[in-house]
Each structure stands twice: as structure tokens, then as C-alpha cells.
Design a protein around this ligand. Structure first.
Ligand code: ZN
Ligand code: ZN
Length: 114
């Protein structure tokens, strides 16, 4: 696999490219499905890459998901413009990797049975 220069974002311990994807057409060679499955203690399988809800830095220095954050508290600075990002976001819906990845894996297994 080609070396990728992309610096991954670490969002609640899961890795994504700066476009908030596990597998990205704009970042050749970038693929963190294996890392993210392994983080939950699972064997990697061939599944669809998941996408992460974008997070935004707020005025008080914490991060919120764009979807459920309060717009008036948000900085106009996308996280993806920063480097070496390792953030935790307090949203149980958008960043519940166990739930999201369970769904992605179930879909892959179902598709594989055809
Ligand atoms: Zn990307
Ligand atoms: Zn959210």
C-alpha cells in the first residue's frame, strides 16, 4: 500500500481522514477500518467505511458535533484545518463507535451472504 501523508484525526479514539472518512477518495491509500475495528477488539472485516459527523471547536475550547452543537457557541474553524488532532466529543449519537461500527459490520455480513 502507498504511504499516505494524511494526518489522521482521532475522534473519541477512532481514526478518520481530514474529510471525516475512514476510506476516502480524496486521500489515496487512507484506510482506518482495520484500526477502528481493532480498537473495539474486533477482527477487521471487509465493510463499508464509515463517516464521522464533523466536530467543531467551541469558544470554551471543547468540541461539539456540528449536528447537535449550539451554533452560537461555535467557532468558524473546522477541525480538519488543524493538525495532530486528538479530540473527544461529547455526543453519544454521532460518536458512538460501537453502535455505528456494529451496524456497518452487520450490513457487510448481510451483503456477503447473498
Ligand atoms: Zn479524506
Ligand atoms: Zn451529535
Amino acid at each position: 500500500m502507498a504511504e499516505t501523508e494524511v494526518q489522521p484525526l482521532e475522534i473519541n479514539d477512532a481514526l478518520f481522514c481530514p474529510h471525516w472518512k475512514e476510506v476516502c477518495t480524496e486521500c489515496p491509500g487512507f484506510d482506518t477500518r482495520e484500526e477502528n475495528d481493532a480498537y473495539l477488539g474486533w477482527d477487521p472485516i471487509d465493510r463499508q467505511g464509515i463517516e464521522c459527523e464533523p466536530a467543531i471547536l467551541t469558544k470554551d475550547g471543547t468540541y461539539q458535533c456540528k449536528k447537535h452543537g449550539t451554533p452560537s457557541q461555535l467557532f468558524p474553524m473546522p477541525v480538519s484545518l488543524q493538525i495532530n488532532i486528538d479530540i473527544s466529543v461529547d455526543c453519544n449519537q454521532c460518536y458512538n463507535w460501537k453502535k455505528i461500527l456494529t451496524r456497518a459490520r452487520a450490513a457487510a455480513k448481510k451483503a456477503g451472504k447473498k
